[in-house]
Design a protein around this ligand. Structure first.
Ligand code: OOG
Ligand code: NI
Length: 473
C-alpha cells in the first residue's frame, strides 16, 4: 500500500520533472533557488531553519490550475483528496484590489502538522466564474458552458482510482503507479490545436477566461519553489538575463520577522502552439500561459495581525519598522502572529509559580514559542501574479484584450455578485461545489496554537487560562 502522503510526494516530484522538461526557465529557477537556500544556510546557520528545515523548504512547491465548472472543480478535489490534500480558504479574485480576474479560488493542501511535515505540496485552484454577468453575457455564457460541459479534464479511470485512494487512504503499488501517470498527464499542456476564433473571443473578455475555457484541457500554469531570500533570488535571476515581473509581491524587505508570503515570477514564455483556423486549417503560433513563480514564506498571522498587515503592505520598510512587531515575541504577546508553545524541560520553579500570562511565561523562561508557517495564499498577491503574467510587454495577451470588461470596476465597487447578479460565489457555495468542507486557514492555525498551549499548561501543571489579546484559550 502506498499511503496518501507518498502519493503526494511522488506526484509533486513527477509534476516538477514534467514541468522542468517543458519549461526550461523553471529548471533555472530551481537551480538558483537551491543555491540561494544553500547560501542562506551557510551564512545564517540555524536561524535559517527557523521556518522549516532546509530539506523541507528546498523540496517545497505549490502548483496552480484553473478549471471551468463546478463539476470539474469537484473532480479535481477528488484527485487531490487521494493525495491527502483538502480545500483550504476561499479567494475571490474578482474584487482583488487593482486587478479583477473572473475566478474564485481555493487551495488544496495537507492540513495536519504531521502531513505538512511529510510533504507540504499544495495546488492553488481557480474556477472561472461563468455565471457572473459582469464578464459573460447570456449568449457567451451559454456557448461557454456548452463547451465546458463537453470536455473531459479527468478520465474516468483516474477518478475511480482517486475515489479508491481516498477511501483507503492510499493505493496498492500498481494502482498507485497508474494513478500517478494519469494524474500527471491530466495537468500537462495539451498538443491539441486551439480553436483560434473561440480563444480570441474569450480573450476579449479576459485572457484568464481564454486560458480556461478556450481549450479542451487544463494544465499546471506554474510550479513554485520556496526560497529563503527572495530579494537575492530576484537579483540572481535578473543577473542571468531572465525577465522577472517588475516587483516582489508583498511587503518590502525589512529587518523584522518574515510574515505571510512574498512572491515574484518570471514572465510567461511564448510557447509554440497549434491553432485551428476558422477554415479548418491548422497553423502554428504561440501562447503565453506558463510561467515561473517563486515565494518566501513567513509566520502565519492572526486576524488582527492580518488586518495590520493589510494596512501596511504597500508601505515602505520605515513604516513597518514603526508599526509592525519587530520580534517574534512581540508578534506572539500582541496576539498578531500564530505560534505553538512548548514547556521548557527542567525549568526550576525556585518556589515561584509560573505566571498566568503569555508574556510572563515566555519572559520567565517557562515556555518557548515556535512560529507557525503560513501555508496559504493572499488574494492581492494572487491577483497580481495572474495579471502580470497575462500581460505581454505591459499589455494584455492578444490584440487589445483587457482583463475584465469596461464597466467591471463599477460593478465591483457595488459589491460582487450584487442584486440579481448570477451565482453568489462565496465560501459556502464553493464547499457545496466540491462537496467537502472548505477549511478556514485562521481556524487551522488557531487549533494548532490552542492545542499546544493546552498541552503546555498541562505539563506545567497550570490550571489557568492564558489570556491572549484576541482570544482566550
Ligand atoms: C494562480 C495565481 C495565484 C499564487 O501563488 O498566489 C497563485 C494562477 O495563476 O492560476 O498561484
Ligand atoms: Ni502561485
Amino acid at each position: 500500500m502506498v499511503p496518501a502522503w507518498r502519493l503526494r510526494a511522488a506526484f509533486a516530484r513527477r509534476l516538477s520533472d514534467m514541468y522542468g522538461a517543458e519549461v526550461p526557465a523553471y529548471t533555472t529557477l530551481l537551480e538558483v533557488a537551491g543555491q540561494v537556500n544553500d547560501d542562506v544556510r551557510r551564512t545564517s546557520g540555524a536561524a535559517a531553519e527557523r521556518l522549516g528545515s532546509i530539506e523541507r523548504v528546498t523540496a517545497e512547491r505549490h502548483g496552480a490550475i484553473r478549471v471551468g465548472t463546478p463539476r470539474e472543480l469537484r473532480q479535481a478535489a477528488r484527485v487531490f483528496a487521494a493525495l491527502g490534500m483538502e480545500p483550504v480558504g476561499f479567494y475571490d479574485l474578482r474584487d482583488a484590489a487593482g486587478s479583477s480576474v473572473p475566478v474564485v479560488s481555493t487551495a488544496f493542501r495537507p492540513v495536519g502538522a504531521e502531513e505538512l511535515e511529510r510533504n507540504p505540496f499544495r495546488v492553488f485552484t481557480s474556477l472561472l466564474t461563468c455565471d457572473d454577468p459582469r464578464y459573460f453575457d447570456a449568449d457567451l455564457r451559454a456557448r461557454l458552458t456548452a463547451f465546458l460541459e463537453r470536455r473531459e479534464l479527468f478520465p474516468p479511470e483516474l477518478l475511480e482510482l482517486a475515489a479508491l485512494g481516498e477511501r483507503e487512504g492510499g493505493l496498492p503499488e500498481e494502482a498507485a503507479e497508474r494513478f500517478l501517470t494519469l494524474a500527471v498527464a491530466a495537468f500537462e499542456l495539451s498538443p491539441e490545436p486551439v480553436d483560434r476564433a473561440w480563444y480570441r473571443e474569450l480573450e476579449r473578455v479576459s485572457p484568464v477566461a481564454a486560458d480556461i475555457g478556450g481549450v479542451g484541457s487544463t494544465h499546471i500554469n506554474h510550479l513554485t519553489p520556496r526560497v529563503l531570500d527572495i530579494d537575492e533570488l530576484y537579483r540572481r535571476m535578473t543577473g542571468r538575463g531572465i525577465a522577472m515581473i517588475d516587483r516582489i509581491q508583498g511587503p518590502p524587505r525589512w529587518d523584522g520577522p518574515d510574515v505571510l508570503l512574498r512572491q515574484t515570477s518570471f514572465r510567461a514564455l511564448a510557447e509554440p502552439r497549434a491553432f485551428r483556423e476558422p477554415d479548418g486549417r491548422v497553423t502554428h503560433g504561440s501562447l503565453r500561459v506558463r510561467f515561473g513563480e517563486v515565494e518566501a514564506r513567513g509566520i502565519a498571522l492572526t486576524p488582527a495581525g492580518r488586518a495590520l498587515y493589510d494596512e501596511l503592505v504597500a508601505e515602505p520598510a520605515g513604516v513597518w519598522a514603526d508599526r509592525f512587531p519587530r520580534t517574534e515575541r512581540e508578534l506572539a504577546v500582541r496576539g498578531l502572529g500564530f505560534f505553538t508553545y512548548e514547556p521548557v524541560p527542567g525549568r526550576r520553579r525556585d518556589g515561584a509559580r509560573p505566571p498566568g500570562d503569555l508574556a510572563g511565561l515566555l519572559d520567565g523562561g517557562w515556555v518557548t514559542a515556535r512560529p507557525v508557517v503560513y501555508e496559504d495564499f493572499l488574494p492581492r498577491s494572487a491577483a497580481g501574479i495572474f495579471r502580470s503574467n497575462l500581460d505581454r510587454d505591459g499589455r494584455a495577451v492578444g490584440a487589445g484584450a483587457r482583463d475584465g470588461r469596461p464597466g467591471v470596476a463599477d460593478a465591483r465597487d457595488a459589491g460582487h455578485a450584487g442584486a440579481g447578479a448570477g451565482t453568489a460565489y462565496d465560501a459556502a457555495w464553493l464547499a457545496g461545489a466540491v462537496e467537502r468542507p472548505v477549511h478556514d486557514p485562521f481556524a487551522l492555525c488557531a487549533a494548532r496554537r490552542d492545542d499546544s498551549l493546552a498541552r503546555t499548561l498541562h505539563a506545567l501543571d497550570l490550571h489557568l487560562r492564558v489570556h491572549l489579546p484576541e482570544e482566550t484559550v
